[in-house]
Design a protein around this ligand. Structure first.
Ligand code: ADP
Ligand code: MG
Length: 631
């Protein structure tokens, strides 16, 4: 049986070609990467017939000398790597010297290239890897590579190609990914005569992201920056409300190279924990910069898989950068960041400014007695809101016997503000700031208008109307508070224990997470078989919610799959937080709504633990549009 033969170079080339050039999109990727390595500022990608019949990449990079132009198509011919040591720190996208050999082995190639600063260029044509013609010619500085009839001599491969449409889209996507990775290079992509995208190449990340992702997507992205231990992270991540149905909008770059990395994907997604809807994935464009020696790109022929020598450091850098971006997000910004304003914004402290309680009192008595002088206002970055007398909405009947959350007297409503004078907030909104220094009277104050449908708190702030889902906001506040708690939750014994008989799977889930449930204040006694008795529930929950809460917890834990203790704890807390929160439809005292509104306005809460937004905004412009005041 063994009759070993060395394959002919031609067959060996075809096999090697298969590794690098799987489909037209791989050709696009390799050629654009070559253009980038050549120092191009402008790259044009043009495809026809799904990239199979015609594919052209033009650049204004360094070009090739005539003697290099022919050699470039030989296997292992590269100008980017000299010896084995060079492999340890690769600064270029290419280094294997295989792409041009592979591409030319399975197509007809035409190369036009002229070195920068030389008088004339070179034209080379090849078929199936063999040079057919080569002569001096006039052409622009830089390189143009035309690939025709891809896979014409490998019918087996040709059979695997999808429709022109699918292959064409994959080509555009390959060029798109390269373009998104290099804000300093202008990339244009044309398919069957139509421009698909164009990036300006002005070195600004935001204009790159804006031009490539489009206005709508860009508007939902948050600027993100951070890094430590030699890893720099910059870019944009989607706001949690703009989660996607899959991971296709996650773009990671390492030193300008498109990369796939399970570690980075997991760092990104963990940063969104408890803020994203189930089944949704964050989108991102993240640029990582680290020393060339800290990353091994020589792992896979397509060079998209990499190995980090310090994976933990890279993970942490991404995780914390994304987390801080999400924490900085302001409630109004969550819905309305225009590409122009989504630059490196600091938290908009001015948005939440208010007076301190001390200043308020001073002002109160000043206006009452007209004799107290108070100090000129200083800027004061504390969060807060004010209410005025219109706070009492008809739906929240002030006379209703609603219990104030804290046993302190509710102060009398403030006198009506004088026309054009600074607003006179009522006391309740300001008591939180009692201990703080006198503050500026801000130009724009938030004002609670009231509550609609016993569900939504309405707030006016400058030219923006904010609607807060009171249940979602309260749920998040509860969740954050519970999560911070390290001791077991306080438990309340039920007056009459509730029998609980979940199905087999849920009974198993209950047994598996018994410890976590106990820590959270549940006391569940196993009876025979799959029957249980609920004897105690967390103190903050109502007795009557016991069975429903446990059912929900079982379902969440079941869907969660293999959860570690922390994840299981979070799942349980979500339900506890939800059950302990005020509900839509309830009559809620204004005093109870205030802390919710404050927490939202301060940016402390943005999404409920299930990922639903706690607030939405409507700008004056949007309202004006609705009323056709403007078009
Ligand atoms: P690699 O990129 O791994 O070096 P390739 O087969 O892709 O291998 O390219 C071989 C060589 O051809 C490169 O090292 C480079 O010197 C030259 N080359 C390819 N494309 C270009 C280009 N667009 N501009 C200038 N030189 C190029
Ligand atoms: Mg290359």
């Amino acid at each position: 049986m063994p009759d070993i033969q060395i394959l002919s170079p031609h067959v060996a080339d075809l096999i090697a070609a298969g590794e690098v050039v799987e489909r037209p999109a791989s050709v696009v990727k390799e050629l654009v990467e070559n253009a980038i390595d050549a120092g191009a500022r402008t790259v044009t990608v043009e495809i026809r017939g799904g990239g199979m019949t015609y594919l052209r990449v033009t650049d204004d990079g360094c070009g090739m000398a005539p003697e290099d132009a022919g050699v470039a198509f030989l296997r292992h011919a590269t100008s980017k790597l000299r010896d084995a040591r060079g492999l340890e720190s690769i600064a270029t996208l290419g280094f294997r010297g295989e792409a041009l050999a592979a591409i030319s082995a399975v197509s007809h190639v035409e190369l036009l290239t002229r070195q920068q600063g030389t008088a004339s260029g070179t034209r080379v044509t090849l078929s199936a890897g063999e040079i057919e013609e080569m002569y001096e010619t006039g052409c622009p500085e830089g390189t143009t590579m035309i690939i025709r009839d891809l896979f014409y001599n490998t019918p087996a491969r040709l059979k695997f190609m999808k429709s022109d449409r699918a292959e064409g889209s994959a080509c555009v996507l390959a060029a798109f990914r390269c373009a998104l990775g290099r804000p300093d290079i202008s990339v244009r992509c044309i398919r069957d005569g139509e421009e698909q995208f164009f990036s300006p190449g002005d070195s600004r990340m935001e204009s790159c992201v804006y031009s490539l992702l489009g206005r709508d997507q860009a508007a939902k992205m948050l600027f993100c920056a951070g890094g430590a231990d030699g890893v720099k992270v910059e870019g944009y991540v989607s706001s949690p409300g703009a989660g996607r149905g899959n991971r296709s909008a996650q773009h990671f770059y390492c030193n300008g190279r498109v990369i796939k990395s399970a570690a980075l994907q997991s760092a990104l997604e963990q940063a969104y924990k408890n803020t994203l809807l189930v089944g949704k994935f964050p989108a991102c464009v993240l640029y990582l910069t680290l020393s060339f020696g800290a990353v091994d790109v020589n792992v896979h022929p397509a060079k998209t898989e990499v190995k980090f020598t310090q994976e933990k450091a890279v993970f942490d850098a991404v995780y914390y950068a994304v987390r801080s971006a999400l924490e900085r997000e302001s409630p109004a910004a969550a819905v309305h960041i225009s590409a122009g304003t989504q630059k490196k914004t600091e938290p908009r402290a001015d948005f939440y400014q208010t007076m301190s309680a001390a200043e308020y009192r001073t002002k109160q008595s000043a206006s009452a007695k007209r004799e107290v002088q108070y100090a000129p206002p200083k800027p004061y970055p504390a969060p807060g809101i004010s209410t005025n007398t219109t706070f009492r909405s008809p739906t929240v009947a002030p006379a209703a016997p609603v219990r104030p959350p804290m046993p302190r007297p509710v102060p009398a409503p403030a006198p009506r503000p004088e026309p054009k004078s600074a607003p006179q907030p009522v006391q309740t909104a300001l008591e939180t700031f009692e201990e703080k220094a006198p503050a500026a009277v801000p130009e724009q104050k938030a004002r609670i208008i009231g509550e609609a449908m016993n569900a939504y708190i309405l707030i006016e702030k400058g030219d923006t109307l904010l609607l807060i889902d009171k249940h979602a906001a309260h749920e998040r506040i509860n969740f954050d508070r519970l999560q911070k708690q390290t001791d077991p939750l306080m438990s309340q014994t039920l007056l009459s224990p509730v029998p609980f008989s979940p199905g087999g799977t849920d009974a198993e889930v209950l047994r598996m997470h018994a410890d976590s449930l106990e820590q959270m204040g549940f006391e569940i006694e196993p009876l025979s078989g799959d029957d249980f008795m609920i004897r105690a529930v967390p103190e903050i929950m109502s007795e009557k919610d016991a069975a429903a809460a446990l059912e929900e917890i079982c379902r969440d834990l079941r869907h969660g799959g293999e959860l570690d203790v922390h994840a299981a704890r979070d799942e349980i807390l979500k339900t506890v937080a939800c059950k302990a929160a005020i509900k839509a439809g309830w009559n809620t005292a204004p005093q109870e709504l205030l802390p919710l509104a404050e927490a939202v306005l301060s940016g402390e809460v943005k999404y409920c633990p299930h990922g639903r937004p706690v607030a939405v905004t409507l700008t004056r412009k949007e309202l004006d549009k609705l009323f056709l005041r403007i078009v």
